[in-house]
Design a protein around this ligand. Sequence first.
Ligand SMILES: Nc1ncnc2c1ncn2[C@@H]1O[C@H](COP(=O)(O)OP(=O)(O)O)[C@@H](O)[C@H]1O
Ligand SMILES: [Mg+2]
Length: 370
Amino acid sequence: MTGIEGRYDELLAAGELRPDPDQAAAVVALAALQSQLERGAPKRGFFARLSGARAERPRGIYMWGGVGRGKSMLMDLAYESIDFGPKRRIHFHEFMLDVHERLRVERTKESGDPVPPVAAQLAAEARLLCFDEMVINNTADAMILSRLFSHLLDGGVTVITTSNRPPDDLYKNGLNRELFLPFIALIKERLDVISLNGPVDYRLERLAGLPVWHVPNGPAATEALREAFFRLTDYPVEDAANVPVLDLAIPGGRALRVPKALKGVAVFSFRKLCGEARGASDYLAIARNFHTVILVGIPILGPENRNEAARFVTLIDALYEHKVKLLAAADAQPDDLYVSGDGAFEFERTASRLMEMQSADYLAAGHGED
Ligand SMILES: Nc1ncnc2c1ncn2[C@@H]1O[C@H](COP(=O)(O)OP(=O)(O)O)[C@@H](O)[C@H]1O
Ligand SMILES: [Mg+2]
């Protein structure tokens, strides 16, 4: 497997990436971690074990910075390059949902503190954990994270994570924040904190000048969205080898098939997303997992489409609240999509959101930011 430095240099040479000093520094740190992990744990001699000295553990990496700085890109590159397993890459929010579900199961066993056994399960399943978009905004997460991560790190798990914030700003102004502070201390002690805050928002740059709402559905719209997909991901949408189908896990155990997904960009048809029995949990999972959604085939809706219209409203609310960028092909401008039928009056709010989602401010905002 090629090292992350080699992969990064290839992408620079191919013109997919532009030189960026902050990224270059992060790549050096990631490459050092890669070689440490791939070299394997040093064999510890008898006396070292006897003296109880802690084995040298690889430090994890915490990359933080503004939107579009390449945090997810670098983490994906590290995840793919590092030959060390088992490994797991997961959006932080989905990880915490998984953790709480495991804690719930553990508590039914009534055998004391549920955190250590859950950490042990997680550590057995992945020795390298890569999180995208670490953010803590609820007390339930805040109160267990320090203990959970202590156990994970002590259990030999290495963590690479991205975040929009430096560690000191995690769970800022949160309830009982003093109980959360040990987690921040733990991060600083056991992870290298690296900032990616160069002047360029590469995502915005790639979106620049691209219209996002295309009317009507048809070859011109399709071509424009193909071009947008390529600009955002560097791959043609029909390149099946590089643009996989993805089954997105929905809390509650179902899955949602994403026909095309790459680098945080997902492509859906209106028919699949709003024409079938889907609901808020599907749309929230999409909104959390993708920074950009390309939605094709939005028709003009009439009174007979009230279910589709209601689902579309829920979808747009989820995308809007998570600042997901929407590129779409539709048969009408937002104001003219659903003018008569149940909920057509309430649809005006959705139409107004769809207009705002085309604004420069919205397009420049970070994914998931308040
Ligand atoms: N150095 C770079 N040159 C050109 N494009 C880049 C560079 N770094 C990242 N990108 C692209 O910019 C977009 C945003 O990167 P991403 O990793 O999603 O940012 P973040 O996670 O920091 O918000 C992606 O399409 C990514 O491939
Ligand atoms: Mg990202």
